[in-house]
Design a protein around this ligand. Structure first.
Ligand code: NAI
Ligand code: MG
Length: 487
């Protein structure tokens, strides 16, 4: 296939956005963000610390408490959000290129998935801005009782590196629609697109202090969590980080929502449309280099089709095009950084030493950049570490099963509960599975179908609360009850 290589965009912004001003960090410190294709430094980005977070929280508080945001007509808030969405659409190529540069994901995915989903999310929530209503409640006595949905206040939002633009949109959308102001910390691996989005928000006309961005490492995030001026934390990342956040947030009893990892079962019954299931298994695991919280990382295949299925899925894994993510033929880029690369390679080693059969892949590609071969393990058993832990890489684990009774228990035998999928033509089996699996999202004969209107989040250690849809918006509100004597 002829290479079609697109040139990366220029990096324009590497400072902090605090109260409408782009500034250096107060300490003057910067940190490097690295190109995962060649391990070279892309840019040195301002490293915010406690003092910068304090300034950002003060700016967000001012914009909320006395500033324009919470007092602005809801319809005007919605209009600004739509304007930001329009500007993101107008700058789609640049944003997609910047995402690819910083994260390593194929440009074709950034163009076709990350950006359209993020833009759609902002538009969806823009429509909610003037539709937050309360109830009138019939209570005993001569009273008029009603509820109001009010913004929770300043939202601290801490996001990971696997979908930087999309995670920012999932966080900004409901917060802005509800009338909250924001202090966001993007991931240290991928700060660039969030900064560019914040520039576009300024261009759209968001008042100063409504959206503040403080880049930095985990300690910058912790400073947001500990700050008494922050009312709510929304976090996406590892559950161990969420555990620390719960401890740090306890002093001020902040509202918390978490979207954490998973070890999602993807279950293929013998009566499924086999080719569709194979395609769904490949996409559900290898999409985004396997760096998906909802990756179908426990692929359960019914015994009677196991051999046939494995042949087909291995053949598909071998057709993946790995290489320069700016080449439009590329379907798999590098992993995001050295830490993730080493974590994944160590799981591949564990899979081999614990006795799973490595049918394809299993090695690094090249010696520069964080490229890993699409890897398929067969005959994985439930107790192996590759079947229990989140690998977050292009490593498929196939676990054979016998029947529907057995599979529900096995699917639920995990401390995670983010997503699950089932492939079958039998509606009873599909419904039984959907009702019995302990997971926040269940896909039937499809995988990774996302929509801004459909709630997403985890049971068990996969999270707390939901993002997207009306449920995602409710998390950014406080409910106030007003009772008035009628004399
Ligand atoms: P992480 O949870 O450490 O990082 C996510 C975000 O939290 C980053 O912005 C980070 O700077 C921030 N952070 C780190 N420590 C913090 C603290 N004490 N207080 C406040 N914020 C803090 O995840 P990491 O290290 O990037 O990845 C480790 C593993 O987590 C991955 O291998 C994967 O298994 C899982 N993960 C899951 C994601 C998901 O979508 N659910 C996304 C990213 C990672
Ligand atoms: Mg970490």
């Amino acid at each position: 296939m002829a290479a079609t290589i697109i040139a990366p965009p220029k990096i324009r912004q590497t400072n902090l956005l605090i109260g409408g001003k782009w500034t250096e960090s107060r300490s003057g410190k910067r940190f490097a963000t690295v190109n995962p294709v060649n391990e070279q430094v892309l840019a040195e980005v301002a490293q915010g610390d406690v003092a910068d977070v304090d300034a950002a929280v003060k700016a967000a508080r001012a914009a909320f408490d006395s500033g324009p945001w919470s007092r602005m007509d809801a319809r005007d808030r919605g209009r600004l959000m739509n304007k930001l969405a329009d500007l993101m659409e107008a700058n789609l190529e640049e944003l997609a290129g910047l995402e690819t540069l910083d994260n390593g994901k194929p440009l074709r995915d950034a163009r076709a998935a990350d950006l359209p989903l993020a833009i759609d999310c902002l538009r969806y929530y823009a429509g909610w801005a003037d539709k937050l209503t309360g109830d009138t409640i019939p209570i005993r006595g001569n009273y008029f009782c009603y509820t109001r949905r009010e913004p929770v206040g300043v939202a601290g939002q801490i996001i990971p590196w696997n979908f930087p633009i999309l995670m920012a949109a999932w966080k900004w959308g409901p917060a802005l629609a509800a009338g909250c102001t924001i202090v966001m910390k993007p991931a240290e691996q991928t700060p660039l697109t969030c900064l560019r989005m914040a520039e576009l928000a300024q261009e759209a006309g968001f008042p100063d202090g409504v959206i503040n961005v403080v880049t930095g490492y985990g300690d910058t995030g912790a400073a947001i969590v500990r700050h008494p001026g922050v009312d709510k934390i929304a976090f996406t990342g590892h559950y161990e980080t969420a555990q620390k956040i719960m401890v740090d947030a306890s002093a001020t009893l902040k509202r918390l929502t978490f979207e954490l990892g998973g070890k999602s079962p993807n279950v293929v019954f013998a009566d499924a449309d086999l080719d569709a299931a194979v395609a769904g298994a490949e996409f559900g695991l290898f999409f985004n280099q396997g760096q998906c919280c909802c990756a179908g990382s426990r692929l359960f295949v019914e015994q009677s089709i196991h051999k046939q299925f494995v042949e087909k899925v291995v053949a598909r894994a071998k057709t993946r095009q790995i290489g320069d993510p700016f080449d439009l033929n590329t379907t798999q880029g590098p992993q995001v950084d050295a830490d993730q690369f080493h974590k994944i390679m160590s799981y591949i080693d564990k899979g081999k030493s614990e006795g799973a059969h490595c049918l394809t892949g299993g090695s690094r590609i090249g010696n520069k950049g964080f490229f890993i071969e699409p890897t398929v393990f067969d005959n994985v058993s439930d107790d192996m570490s590759i079947a229990r832990d989140e690998i977050f890489g292009p490593v498929m684990s196939i676990l054979p099963f016998k029947n529907v009774d057995e599979i529900i228990d096995r699917a639920n035998n995990t401390y995670y509960g983010l997503a699950a999928a089932v492939w079958t033509k039998d509606v009873q089996k599909a419904h039984r599975f959907a009702a019995s699996v302990r997971a926040g999202t269940v896909w039937v004969n499809c995988y990774d179908v996302f929509d801004a209107a459909a709630p997403f989040g985890g049971f068990k250690m996969s999270g707390m609360g939901r993002e997207l849809g009306a449920a995602g918006l409710a998390n950014y509100t406080e409910l106030k009850t007003v009772t008035m004597s009628l004399g």
